[in-house]
Design a protein around this ligand. Structure first.
Ligand SMILES: N[C@@H](CCC(=O)N[C@@H](CS)C(=O)NCC(=O)O)C(=O)O
Length: 218
């Protein structure tokens, strides 16, 4: 098999790429990188040599010598290389920019501040407890969701942008999964809740669920 995805079942960035790969109906080999076991397998020599950022996901296509990190870059690459069966980025320039903006609201402004290495630094350097780390994550997710909920009022129907699934949905659903872990009350966000529920009825989203991955810990 030529396509490989290094990821972790509960990593939202890996989850985004899994959804995109299932939407594109690609056959791929999933390579679990456990972010906690052995001090974090993302730091081991073999993985670091493939991805010096020491983060997941990492996408590899052996046939074309492609090594790509950054989930949004991977998704856009897949979308251009495999335009069928559906496009995740719209054809119109402004629509495409809006989809990227909403995706980045999550991928740049919510997820990074609650990443594992940030949380670990809060503990080791600032003595943060598990409780305060959880409050930190919940705070930043709610701050981001407050804005996204307002945006969706103007753009969403079944999905973030009307009736077609886009990259924004692919990025939103993993963040909603993560929000539930931190006990964010989704009743405050009816648009986000509806869109996530609609997405989760689709086969590609179900296959990509963290609990459906081979490395999931039940
Ligand atoms: N901007 C990156 C984020 C990647 C990232 O933060 N991955 C997390 C999991 S969601 C990770 O590998 N964390 C490991 C760590 O913090 O040590 C992307 O979108 O791919």
């Amino acid at each position: 098999m030529s396509l490989h995805l290094h990821g972790y079942w509960r990593s939202s960035a890996s989850y985004r790429v899994r959804i995109a790969m299932y939407i594109k109906q690609l056959d791929f080999d999933y390579v679990p990188i456990h972010l906690a076991k052995d001090g974090g397998q993302q730091f081991n020599e073999a993985y670091s040599s493939l991805n010096p950022s020491q983060l997941v996901p990492l996408f590899i296509d052996d046939d074309e010598d492609v090594f790509l990190n950054q989930s949004l870059a991977i998704i856009e690459y897949l979308d251009e290389k495999y335009p069928q069966p559906i496009k995740l980025l719209p054809a119109h320039t402004l629509d495409r920019a809006r989809v990227r903006a909403l995706s980045q609201d999550i991928a740049c402004d919510i997820q990074p501040v609650a990443n594992l290495r940030v949380l670990n630094h809060l503990t080791t350097t600032f003595d943060a407890t598990t409780e305060s780390r959880n409050q930190w994550c919940k705070h930043w997710i709610e701050k981001g969701f407050d804005a996204i909920e307002k945006r969706l009022t103007n753009t969403a129907a079944d999905y973030c942008f009307g009736f077609d699934v886009t990259m924004a949905d692919v990025v939103l659903v993993p963040q909603v999964y993560n929000a539930l872990r931190f006990e964010v009350d989704l009743q405050r966000y009816p648009n986000i809740k509806r869109v996530a529920e609609n997405c989760n009825e689709l086969d590609a989203f179900t296959k990509a669920l963290p609990e459906n991955q081979p490395d999931a810990v039940q």
